[in-house]
Design a protein around this ligand. Structure first.
Ligand SMILES: *[C@@H]1O[C@H](CO)[C@@H](O)[C@H](O)[C@H]1NC(C)=O
Ligand SMILES: *[C@@H]1O[C@H](CO)[C@@H](O)[C@H](O)[C@H]1NC(C)=O
Ligand SMILES: *[C@@H]1O[C@H](CO)[C@@H](O)[C@H](O)[C@H]1NC(C)=O
Ligand SMILES: *[C@@H]1O[C@H](CO)[C@@H](O)[C@H](O)[C@H]1NC(C)=O
Ligand SMILES: *[C@@H]1O[C@H](CO)[C@@H](O)[C@H](O)[C@H]1NC(C)=O
Ligand SMILES: *[C@@H]1O[C@H](CO)[C@@H](O)[C@H](O)[C@H]1NC(C)=O
Length: 248
């Protein structure tokens, strides 16, 4: 086989990956957060501390369609950025800091992982609407056409690639290693960032960029449609849900 035919075969296999990639297959869930184990012996005071915490409410929020503007702004705040960089448990949660599961949980690598997930969730297109790929993560909605729609926006495509390139697989291992998580990330989950990057860097994806600043209002303007009214209080649990949306 000469180089040219090899090239053609590669080209054929790359063509149409945007359309044929089945996101729901890639996002199969295989790691669980054991809430019972985590909440098992927390004191009332600790639970209250968590519920009233400025950090819990602003920096570890559950992002929904109805609150994303506010929450996406708050995760960029100095308070939260300082916290993500140095999640000092005794400073932010003096009461809960006595519990071993909190000690285990408050590692920079875990919160860096969350921070990156929040940044991805908050990406917006040319018209300041949430990017299709992450809109789907938030709503857990229909996955069909998600990649195509994301490719339609140049801004979504480029900012997604940029953030995905920063994701460090070691953080997945740290999360997997927590004593209150069980299971492990699948090979597909671990390679998901790279898979998405290669799809979004493909010529096929680039060719889908709309050259006019077309407004994807049909895709993502309906703020009420799928909004899930998840309670804000159990933030630690909720962040896990957000994470699982990524891998479900
Ligand atoms: C994608 O995968 C899911 C789960 O494996 C399956 O139910 C669905 O039918 C697939 N969709 C397509 C378009 O192949
Ligand atoms: C809480 O439970 C964990 C195991 O689930 C245990 O390691 C820890 O010592 C317990 N903490 C307290 C304060 O009872
Ligand atoms: C965490 O914060 C406490 C209280 O503000 C401080 O005494 C401690 O040195 C900090 N720990 C680290 C590792 O920065
Ligand atoms: C997993 O946990 C063990 C002990 O709890 C620790 O020694 C090890 O470094 C951890 N591995 C990772 C990748 O975080
Ligand atoms: C966006 O699309 C809607 C309906 O599809 C249209 O009414 C509106 O004028 C468009 N806005 C822009 C900025 O193109
Ligand atoms: C949003 O979606 C709901 C339910 O799908 C629908 O009833 C409503 O008319 C939509 N609103 C807009 C502004 O499109």
């Amino acid at each position: 086989m000469n180089i040219n035919s090899l090239y053609i075969i590669l080209l054929i296999s790359v063509i149409s990956r945007v359309n044929s990639t089945n996101i729901s297959k890639l996002l199969k869930r295989n790691i669980e957060f054991d809430a019972e184990k985590f909440y098992d012996n927390l004191s009332k005071e600790c639970i209250e501390e968590n519920q009233n915490s400025e950090i819990s409410n602003n920096c570890i929020p559950s992002i929904t369609l109805s609150n994303y503007k506010e929450k996406c702004a708050s995760i960029k705040s100095e308070l939260c950025q300082t916290f993500y960089n140095d999640p000092n448990l005794t400073k932010y949660y003096p009461i809960c800091s006595q519990f071993p599961q909190y000690k285990e949980y408050f590692q920079p690598s875990i919160f860096n992982f969350f921070k990156q997930n929040y940044e991805l969730d908050c990406l917006t297109d040319e018209n300041d609407n949430l990017c299709p790929y992450f809109l789907f993560r938030i709503t857990k909605g229909d996955t069909s056409g998600v990649l195509e729609n994301n490719c339609k926006s140049k801004k979504c495509t480029e900012s997604t690639i940029k953030l995905l390139k920063n994701i460090n697989i070691d953080q997945f291992a740290a999360y997997e290693n927590l004593s209150f998580t069980s299971g492990s990330f699948s090979y597909e989950s671990l390679t998901l960032p790279d898979t998405l990057i290669s799809i979004m860097e493909s010529d096929e994806c680039k060719s889908m960029h709309s050259n006019n600043n077309n407004n994807n209002s049909n895709n993502n303007n309906n703020d009420t449609s799928n909004a899930k009214s998840i309670k804000i209080n159990n933030n630690i649990l909720l962040i896990m849900l957000i994470l699982l949306i990524f891998f479900y």
